[in-house]
Design a binder for this molecule. Structure first.
Ligand SMILES: [Fe+2]
Ligand SMILES: [Fe+2]
Length: 140
């Protein structure tokens, strides 16, 4: 596995983080009604975690000789809280799958530090997945 492929894939991950930042913030702004405060605050907090992930990935990409992307993956908008949380949960599921692959890929490329950095990000994503899952379960 060459470094170029790993840099490109880390940039794909970064595009996912940029999507999550914008999407979760937009959802937090759009939540109305009695559930507004706790859910919009949680989404804002998760968006801040995603910003830390974006920063970590971008710093790593530059250090490896790449240029960090400024293009997010497509941002998903919707009208109801339930649909917002479903879209956000889907984004977390995708992140968990991508990072699981990336950990192996970085190890195979001899990038042990990168692999460990991504493991830490994956732990955060698992926490986000758990939060969104619990919110959706309570609402059924
Ligand atoms: Fe993230
Ligand atoms: Fe996340």
């Amino acid at each position: 596995m060459d470094n170029k492929k790993l840099i490109d894939d880390l940039n794909e991950d970064l595009a996912g983080e940029l999507q999550a930042i914008i999407q979760y913030l937009q959802h937090s702004f759009m939540i109305m009604g009695l559930k507004r405060l706790p859910i919009s605050d949680l989404l804002e907090e998760v968006a801040k975690d995603e910003m830390k992930h974006a920063e970590i990935l971008a710093e790593r990409i530059v250090a490896m000789g790449g240029v960090p992307t400024v293009k997010p993956r497509p941002i998903k908008q919707t009208a109801t809280i339930k649909e917002m949380l479903e879209l956000d949960l889907a984004a977390e599921k995708g992140a968990l799958e991508d990072y699981a692959k990336r950990i192996k890929q970085a190890e195979e490329a001899g990038e042990v530090g990168t692999s460990l950095i991504i493991e830490n990000i994956l732990v955060d994503e698992q926490g986000h997945w758990d939060s969104f899952t619990k919110l959706l379960r309570e609402q059924q």
